[in-house]
Design a protein around this ligand. Structure first.
Ligand code: HAM
Length: 416
């Protein structure tokens, strides 16, 4: 299906590295993994992401299940993690929770480079901390992670969207401005103008972009609390020497954000250049029926991150290929290969009973480092041949010590 991909070896190895590094870094900062379902009730997403957003209006995979319930494949993880936090009363012990989730998300967007219908996120959420220090901390963790996995040319952009209190007068002024340019706006922006005028900043239509370049910005409207919060976030970023720039036009495509928002853009990604994005959402938990508990977090787009990294090296072959001739030799090969695999020597056998020549061709084709040849004659003499495929040297080995000999030649450790 368009926008849905298989991830094949050796590519899967790159995914595993990203996931393992994420677990190490996040674990080190005191985060725990949470796993949430890929399906949720539709209203969870419409209430949290916002009815008037592209995601909810156009992009969700929504359907009724066999019991008539309206359900949606998750387009993001924040709403699900927040739901789980509330449902399991994770705040009961302490409101603070540092969680991460890794997995697929689904959005029915037009596929292009860096934009898919099934994509994967490393999603990070912190609940229960309103202090600006945590905003700076999650951004620092994100930038550190991106640097250790080798992402190049990443730049952190930050903004503040204020709180509902300061956003109200801003929205009114923005609406008044947009009304004055109504005829220049695309039908989507015209329709959304009344309920969600901020969306105009994300619109890709050229006419709208021209109008929005002159639109009032939220920075001039921040209340004292929000302005102070933003200044402190910046100061904390400077304390730990995380470079950033302020992008006053960044509004984000989801409605739950308050105060701090951020995106990391990477070079060479074309139009879809945001590798990761996030921000603070101080009212989401309350809006979903939980207490007055703030939140902040981000998600990394794994496909986009991989586009910024070098390609996977070709897969290595098995360490050992056992070529066996005849029923008796095959049984010996089967036994040895099973035990060697358990011992960490990746071993392959030929299952088809081909000729010795054909088996050696397969050993070469799969790039085996060593071959063990168990012929009928050798077996009768209680001997096998161990061959170094690269050096082209070989040695006869007595059958009883073959296991130990192979381990000492080949060494342990799987190559897959
Ligand atoms: P988002 O900006 O919608 O935010 O997505 C975060 C990242 O996911 C994007 O920066 C991008 O790398 C990746 N992404 C999004 N859509 C696609 C797509 N169609 N194909 C490939 N990659 C994509 C969120 O999802 C928020 N939940 C982030 C967050 C967590 N905010 C607070 N906590």
């Amino acid at each position: 299906m368009k926008g849905f991909s298989d991830i094949l070896p050796p590519e899967t190895g790159r995914w595993r590295v990203l996931e393992e590094r994420a677990r190490e870094v996040l674990g080190g900062f005191g985060f725990s993994e949470i796993r949430v379902p890929v399906l949720e009730r539709t209203e969870l997403f419409s209430r949290s992401i916002g009815e008037e957003t592209d995601i909810v209006e156009k992009e969700m995979y929504t359907f009724t299940d066999r019991s008539g319930e309206l359900i949606t494949l998750r387009p993001e993880a924040t709403a699900s993690v927040a739901r789980a936090y509330i449902e399991h009363k994770m705040y009961a012990f302490d409101p603070m929770a540092k969680l991460y989730a890794i997995g697929p998300m689904f959005r029915h967007e037009k596929p292009q480079m860096g934009r898919y219908r099934q994509f994967h996120q490393i999603d990070v959420e912190v609940f229960g901390i309103s202090h600006p220090m945590i905003d700076a901390e999650v951004m620092a963790i994100l930038m550190y992670y991106l640097s250790i996995v080798g992402a190049k040319g990443c730049a952190l952009q930050i903004n503040s969207l204020g709180c509902p209190r300061c956003r109200l007068p801003y929205k009114e002024d923005l609406q008044a401005f947009l009304r004055g340019h109504f005829s220049q706006l695309c039908p989507d922006c015209q329709r959304r103008m009344e309920k969600n005028p901020l969306r105009g900043f994300d619109c890709k239509v050229q006419g709208c972009q021209e109008v929005m370049s002159k639109a009032p910005l939220v920075e001039g409207y921040l209340c004292q609390d929000c302005a102070e919060h933003f200044a402190r976030v910046r100061a904390f970023l400077e304390t730990i020497e995380v470079p950033y720039s302020v992008n006053p036009r960044m509004v984000r495509g989801l409605d739950y954000y308050t105060k701090t928002t951020f995106e990391v853009v990477a070079e060479g990604l074309g139009a879809q250049d945001a590798v990761a994005a996030g921000g603070r959402y101080d009212h989401l938990i309350e809006d979903l029926g939980g207490g007055n508990i703030p939140g902040t977090g981000f998600a990394i787009g794994m496909e986009r991150l991989l586009l910024t990294l070098p390609e996977a090296p070709p897969s290595r072959g098995p360490s050992l290929f056992i070529a066996a001739l005849g029923e008796e030799a095959q049984r010996e090969a089967f036994n040895l290969s099973y035990r060697l695999n358990l011992a960490g020597v990746t071993t392959m056998v030929d299952y088809e009973g081909r000729s010795l020549k054909a088996q050696m061709r397969r050993a070469n084709k799969f790039g085996a480092l060593y071959a063990l040849i168990i012929g009928e004659d050798e077996l009768r003499k209680g001997k096998v041949i161990l061959r170094d495929m690269k050096e082209r040297r070989q040695q006869e080995i007595p059958l009883p010590s073959v296991f130990e000999e192979v381990i000492s030649w080949v060494g342990g450790g799987s190559s897959y």
